[in-house]
Design a protein around this ligand. Structure first.
Ligand code: PGA
Length: 253
């Protein structure tokens, strides 16, 4: 059966010392809380803090993940970080196709597909983001948009490969805006995504796929969102920068 997952996406926040403090606080506080048996907590800091995060995660109950990866294997790609490098640093997860990367760094579905391939080749589980912008929702195009992102980014995979993928539905209008999708809107889209996966790979694979919600998820709304049958957790931005908020979300199942 699929896992509950709460993943913290720190984005481009925290200095080295602040990152150390936050990881330390998360580790210490995780010792004291009881999480559901099937709950996986993941911390995705900026690249320079991956080793530190991996060291903390060895001693704690969370897994380490990256926020991005190159779509190329290795070589002359200045500034890029490869999946092989992430694997050599024991990263278990990596976010791919976040809307900020799609919007500011021109990441297309084709690039997302190549990044996913790189990650799977190096045994790292991709957390693949999808979601519509406000104009698309207002035009009632959200289902078409998400279907296209998922189809083009993921449906070239075999069923076995797809089994490693985590999906994050993040309506772009809800990211960092304080405006959350209603539990009904989240459930409706998550059920739609699961039906797409079932159509392509069968019910068993679909039932095993963790589909996370992201977009202004916080302690005050996590319980309501996670109570939906197809919402298996969250990808948390702003609220993952405070240990108490992040762990309170992780305890919301
Ligand atoms: P937010 O970000 O929780 O700050 O809205 C979520 C995300 O972008 O992953």
């Amino acid at each position: 059966m699929r896992k509950h997952i709460v993943a913290g996406n720190w984005k481009m926040n925290k200095t080295f010392e602040q990152a150390d403090d936050l990881l330390n606080e998360i580790s210490e506080k995780m010792e004291a809380v009881t999480l559901g048996r099937d709950t996986q907590v993941i911390v995705c800091p900026p690249f320079p803090y991956l080793e530190m995060t991996s060291d903390y995660s060895d001693e704690s109950y969370f897994a380490a993940g990256a926020q991005n990866v190159s779509d190329q294997e290795e070589g002359a790609y200045t500034g890029e970080v490869s999946a092989a490098m992430l694997q050599s640093m024991d990263m278990e997860y990596c976010i791919v196709g976040h809307s900020e990367r799609r919007a500011y760094y021109h990441e297309t579905d084709e690039i997302v597909a190549r990044k996913v391939n790189q990650l799977l080749k190096h045994e790292i589980r991709p957390i693949v983001c999808c979601g519509e912008v406000l104009e698309e929702r207002e035009a009632n195009r959200q289902f078409d948009v998400v279907k296209e992102q998922i189809t083009n980014g993921l449906f070239h995979l075999s069923a076995e490969e797809f089994g490693q993928v985590v999906i994050a539905y993040e309506p772009v209008w809800a990211i960092g805006t304080g405006k959350t999708a209603t539990p009904e809107q989240a459930q409706e889209m998550h059920a739609f995504i699961r039906s797409l996966v079932a159509e392509k790979y069968g019910k068993e694979v679909a039932d095993d796929t963790s589909i996370l919600y992201g977009g202004s998820c916080k302690p005050s709304n996590a319980k309501e969102l996670f109570a939906n049958p197809d919402v298996d957790g969250g990808l948390i931005g702003g609220a993952s920068l405070k240990a108490d908020d992040f762990l309170s979300i992780a305890m919301s199942f």
